[in-house]
Write a protein that binds this ligand. Structure first.
Ligand code: NAP
Ligand code: MG
Length: 339
């Protein structure tokens, strides 16, 4: 049988090493399934009351408590939410159980900003896939490679780099799709991208356009169709052909108007705000605020999520989605409030 490009079986530095995955959510499930299909059966570490246990067991994995899973493994992928890393490491019965082990993280935040301090004789390895778990799994099953940032810092075993590369390969990111990074660069870049463009920036832009048209008298349905509905088509063009390639493929009216007013919208003031956003992340203020928020019960976050759920744009989306047959491949949804 022809080997699919995303798949990596056979022998490498991970062969014979016990692997534990802590967490069985978006990344945890996809990485566990991909690892198993690549010849490594991980043990899943979840607290005894975890809602994810049922799914991991139903998928045929052995589930242990996080401490027991860490104890028995040589390589441990920490795939629990970033704001819970500090608590996880602080609550281990003994930090000695981490000694000599290789810790893999899917995002750099907790290591880059010192939220956790595992013993010095650990490998810290970054394997940060560029996208959600469902996509990582889907691409793996289709035999398509998935791009990933790979890096390592403390190299206690002197094999951290090789372990990171092999692990990334086994979850579906062969060397040709691995991009070198550091915990710091990945953390700052990923968080900035989420806040400035991909998530916060995108929704801010869509919402601003939608609300302006509604204020000017268009129906919410029309404003939704004009400002939101076609977004995926345009993003698809940008991903395939670049920004100029996109302008080249839309109407002259659309391209002429966009080029004429782009810098008016995203002016110097906007750049000043982006710089402030960067500073908030780079200085560690953002990571501190995330932990403060978690430790005080995620109340602000829950309130903001409630506002988002009740926003005019969301309500219009809800009434339009069935009519327009909007389908999402991302069926997994966190409970409101993020817990
Ligand atoms: P997630 O979907 O929210 O899943 C978290 C999992 O961790 C759940 O199974 C949860 O179980 C479990 N968990 C919570 N506390 C735990 C603990 N103390 N010990 C063991 N398991 C625990 O998380 P995620 O989005 O996959 O994020 C995991 C990591 O991947 C993060 O570092 C994130 O930044 C990174 N990452 C995520 C994406 C993405 O698109 N999702 C992309 C790239 C990187 P319960 O059911 O009990 O809550
Ligand atoms: Mg992220």
């Amino acid at each position: 049988m022809r080997k699919k490009p995303g798949k990596k079986t056979g022998t490498d530095i991970l062969s014979g090493i016990k692997v534990a995955l802590l967490g069985y959510g978006s990344q945890g499930r996809a990485q566990a399934l991909n690892l198993r299909d690549s010849g490594i059966v991980p043990v899943i570490g979840l607290p005894s009351g975890s809602g994810s246990r049922k799914r991991a067991l139903a998928d045929g994995f052995k589930v242990k408590t996080p401490s027991a899973a860490i104890k028995d493994a040589g390589v441990i992928a920490v795939l629990i939410p970033d704001h819970k890393h500090k608590e996880l490491f602080e609550n281990l019965p003994s930090r000695k159980i981490l000694s000599g082990k290789s810790l893999i993280f899917a995002h750099g935040l907790s290591v880059a900003f010192g939220l956790i301090e595992p013993p010095a004789d650990c490998d810290f390895i970054l394997v940060a896939p560029h996208g959600p778990g469902v996509l990582l799994r889907e691409k793996y099953l289709n035999g398509e490679p998935f791009s990933t940032f790979v890096g390592s810092t403390d190299n206690a075993s002197r094999k951290a780099r090789a372990i990171g590369k092999a692990y990334a390969g086994r979850i579906g990111s062969p060397e040709s799709s691995q991009f070198k990074s550091s915990f710091r660069d990945e953390a700052v870049g990923d968080i900035f991208g989420e806040q400035a463009t991909l998530c916060g920036g995108l929704i801010g832009l869509l919402e601003s356009g939608f609300e302006t048209l509604v204020e000017k008298g268009l129906s919410p349905e029309s404003a939704y169709l004009e400002c939101v509905f076609q977004m995926d088509l345009l993003i698809d063009l940008v991903k395939k052909h670049g920004p100029a390639g996109m302008f080249n493929r839309i109407s002259v009216t659309a391209a002429y108007g966009s080029l004429r007013k782009k810098d008016f919208l995203f002016d110097k003031q906007f750049r000043i705000r982006l710089n402030k956003l960067y500073k908030d992340i780079d200085s560690g203020e953002f990571s501190k605020s995330l932990i403060r928020e978690y430790e005080s019960g995620m109340r602000n976050f829950s309130r903001q999520m409630k506002t988002a759920l009740e926003s005019p744009l969301q309500k219009t989306h809800n009434s339009m989605a069935a009519k327009l047959k909007n389908r999402s491949r991302y069926s997994d949804r966190r409970k409101p409030g993020g817990e």
